[in-house]
Ligand binder design. Structure first.
Ligand code: C5P
Length: 422
């Protein structure tokens, strides 16, 4: 029996038009099982994928579809509908619904409720990978995050349209977890201060540039519950993403599993494995500057087990490893879309500069940022770093600084290189 963690809580669920709408019926079932009450707003497009009758049956409530229904206005007006719930969930959140919400459009019941509500909003986006990565959608995502909207997913994977990448709606069980989390804090959002100035776009030396950054470790599955990982915290890569944004860039951060929150104003694509990271990087091109700060696992398990490996007497399962794609080397030698400036990182535990210099040539990148990650250095997982910047001209060593300062100093250099076209 599931814990009734949503007992006494009510959810307003807006269902947009996408193939993932079928998963929303399962989400309704999970919310109900957890003790929650659900009211559904079904968009016209959503009703092409799931019927009002199914949803009325699952929720035990009338499904709302029409902004201008007199009977509904008498029973419960659309403003009241948007505020009677403890949380507004949009699943699937289509590109269209996100665009409407980001721009304050209110031309149907779902978008009107999103604009009129005084409650937290949680969106579970679902759309084609190109639509998700389109600068317009990413701009809308940034705007919505700035407005306090929470997001769960999208996941990367094979999509209904046959393409691969980020855009799949998060699984219903994951959305349920995000709902519980969103309800943990205060749910009524205070009235915005109408006298406060609107957030301004940042202008700087990287304005108009797209910066692509990888960060964090990768997890390479052994079976559904075990994986191979490393100690990378993602801090340096996330700090670089912040620094690039502070200089005005549009930033895409492809992140392995880390405990860090999404930095504001940055398109974050979360992945687990090296192959997913490789795919996400490819999808995010073109870029003006690509920085590969992730600690990508060199190997993965060749035959990932479909089921949890069982202890079987004394037999120890052999783990046969196979090589992962080298993302940096591949992008640095990309036949058509090599970014004008490609930067790699070299985490070394001995003869740091010599190894990193050789690595720059082997990988084909313009710059290698080398650091000492021997346990005595405290760099892995720590907040400080000493880096050596190695390019064709030689080596420059930066002083011992906080990772945020290292990131700012590096980004200034990269911006200078891009500007001079060197
Ligand atoms: O692991 P290695 O020392 O070769 O990593 C050096 C650089 O290559 C780093 O910038 C890292 O992000 C990148 N790399 C990668 N894909 C791999 C391995 C490393 O992009 N499979």
């Amino acid at each position: 029996m599931a814990q009734p963690v949503l007992q006494g809580r009510s959810i307003l669920l807006a269902i947009g038009g996408g193939i993932a709408a079928y998963k929303s019926a399962e989400l309704v079932r999970l919310i109900r099982k957890a003790g929650g009450d659900v009211r559904v707003i079904l968009t016209r497009a959503g009703s092409q994928f799931v019927t009002p009758l199914t949803l009325a049956g699952l929720t035990g409530n009338k499904v709302q579809e029409d902004l201008f229904s007199l009977t509904d206005e008498v029973e419960m007006g659309h403003i009241e509908l948007s505020r009677a719930a403890d949380l507004v969930v949009v699943a699937p959140a289509t590109a269209d619904l996100m665009a409407k919400a980001a721009n304050g459009l209110a031309n149907d019941l779902a978008s009107t409720a999103l604009l009129a509500t005084d409650k937290r909003i949680l969106m579970a986006p679902a759309m084609n990978v190109r639509m998700w990565l389109h600068p317009a959608t990413q701009r809308n995502l940034e705007t919505l995050k700035r407005d306090g909207v929470r997001f769960v997913g999208p996941d990367a994977g094979e999509m209904a349209c046959g393409e691969f990448g980020p855009g799949r709606m998060a699984e219903p069980a994951t959305i349920l977890e995000a709902i519980v989390e969103a309800l943990a804090g205060p749910t009524v959002i205070p009235m915005p201060d109408w006298q406060a100035p609107a957030a301004a776009a940042i202008t700087g030396p990287l304005s108009g540039r797209h910066v692509l950054i990888t960060a964090g470790p990768t997890h390479e599955p052994i079976d559904p519950v075990r994986y191979i990982a490393n100690r990378s915290s993602g801090k340096q890569g996330y700090a670089l993403a912040d620094a690039a944004r502070a200089l005005g860039a549009r930033v895409t951060l492809v992140s392995g599993p880390v405990a860090l929150p999404d930095p504001p104003g940055i398109a974050v694509i979360r992945v687990e494995t090296a192959r997913q990271m490789d795919e996400a990087v490819e999808q995010a091109l073109p870029a003006d500057l690509a920085i590969f700060a992730a600690a990508v696992a060199d190997w993965r398990v060749e035959d990932e087990a479909g089921q949890k490996l069982k202890k079987d007497g004394n037999a120890i399962p052999p783990l046969r490893l196979t090589e992962n794609p080298d993302i940096l080397a591949r992008i640095a030698r990309h036949p058509t879309r090599r970014p004008p400036l490609v930067v790699g990182f070299a985490a070394e535990t001995e003869t740091v500069i010599a190894h990193a210099t050789a690595k720059r040539l082997r990988k084909g990148c313009d710059i290698i940022v080398a650091n000492d990650v021997s346990p005595a250095s405290g760099v892995m997982g720590g907040d400080r770093n000493i880096v050596h910047v190695i390019d064709a001209a030689g080596v420059a060593t930066l002083p011992d600084m906080a990772k945020a300062e290292v990131a700012a100093a590096l980004m200034q250099r990269f911006a200078g290189r891009l500007r001079s076209g060197a």
